[in-house]
Design a protein around this ligand. Structure first.
Ligand code: UDP
Ligand code: MG
Length: 343
């Protein structure tokens, strides 16, 4: 069990938590909060907004702290460094007090106007309310195509079905949320886990909006790391690749052996140093690739065995308000708790 959370079921104290990770989004914090407030205030839902600063290097944290000072519904967490979108999401979800939690990007690409619709579906009895993106013309061709291929491959090798256009804009009831938080995956792939969990699910389509301001934070490197992490944590198929390749190459080796025997019997000399070298170096290449795959999985196991937390909180605002909130911090880290919340 991971140390981020006390294992017991936590009593929710508001109806809805809106969780949003923010990485270098200083210009988006205020518009985001305003948009959410504008949508949710008229509905009369009791809600909180949790903004997670994922180790930003600009004024994001100052903007979050300012928002928390002026609006008691806003609470902020600042991670000690950049843990990535999924780590920041997890941090926010671990600290949410809502009976339901909506996660959404902080750049307003996920329209807050859709939140009441998600809540309505939840009240109808759906435990998971997913969204599916219709791509805006704003999304690049590369992004759309890579997303489509990734989900196809993912569904194929993991056996967990996922559609293109899936994102982390969704509502989770407390029950799936608690299950998700207690999963020990080293590479948390929230979309995959949610799909794996099951529960009564509804999907609502929406039109993706252009980014409000700032630039996208998912570099190609981050996207690659994200997708390989997701595949490896959901599928052991790459490990079995070796068996297949082994069978095919032994088949070839057997044919070769037959040929050598035939050549020997008919008195023809076996020639071809070059072809031998080619086969040898090809086989070594394959061997090292497979070794690399095994090593990657071993690395994942190593990470899990170390049992490191998947995020570390550096600062928090808005959590001082109740003693119960303090319990939300990792149990084993009393010092951290004091430094964040005061004794
Ligand atoms: N994000 C984050 N940590 C990261 C990268 C991104 O918290 O390392 C946040 C980012 O601030 C935004 C959300 O994740 O709120 C989605 O990021 P982005 O808009 O760059 O992704 P895209 O919309 O291109 O998928
Ligand atoms: Mg975005």
């Amino acid at each position: 069990m991971r140390p981020e959370l006390p294992s017991e079921f936590r009593a929710p104290s508001v109806e809805l938590s809106v969780v949003s990770p923010m990485f270098n989004e200083e210009t988006n914090v205020r518009p985001f909060v305003r948009a959410v407030v504008d949508v949710l205030d008229p509905t009369g839902i009791d809600y909180e907004i949790i903004l997670v600063d994922d180790g930003s290097r600009d004024g994001t944290w100052q903007a979050i702290a300012e928002a928390a000072r002026t609006n008691p519904r806003v609470r902020g967490l600042s991670l000690s460094r950049n843990f990535g979108h999924q780590g920041a999401l997890l941090a926010g979800m671990c600290h949410a007090r809502g009976r339901a939690v909506v996660t959404m990007d902080g750049d307003l690409q996920h329209p807050p106007a859709l939140v009441p619709e998600l809540v309505a579906a939840w009240r109808e009895g759906y435990k998971v309310v997913n969204t599916r993106r219709f791509d805006s013309t704003d999304t690049s061709w590369f992004k759309r195509a890579s997303s489509r291929w990734f989900y196809r491959l993912f569904s194929r090798v993991s056996g967990v079905t996922m559609e293109a256009g899936a994102s982390d804009f969704r509502l989770l009831d407390r029950m799936p949320l608690q299950a998700l938080i207690s999963m020990g995956d080293a590479d948390l792939f929230v979309r995959g886990i949610v799909s794996w969990l099951g529960f009564k699910t509804k999907t609502i389509p929406y039109q993706a909006q252009p980014r409000f301001s700032g630039v996208p934070k998912f570099t190609l490197k981050k996207m690659l790391r994200f997708s390989t992490g997701a595949l490896l944590s959901f599928s052991a198929v790459p490990l079995k690749l070796g068996i297949l390749i082994g069978f095919v190459t032994s088949g070839f080796a057997f044919l070769e052996l037959c040929y050598i025997g035939f050549a020997y019997l008919t008195g023809r000399t076996v020639q071809g140093w070059a072809s031998l070298m080619t086969v040898m170096s090809f086989m070594f290449g394959v061997l090292f690739i497979l070794l690399g795959i095994v090593g990657t999985y071993l690395g994942k196991i190593y990470e899990i065995v170390k049992n490191r937390p998947r995020f570390v909180i550096g600062e928090a605002v808005g959590f001082e308000r109740s003693a119960a909130d303090r319990e939300l911090l990792p149990k084993g880290s009393a010092q951290l708790r004091e430094s964040v919340y005061g004794a």
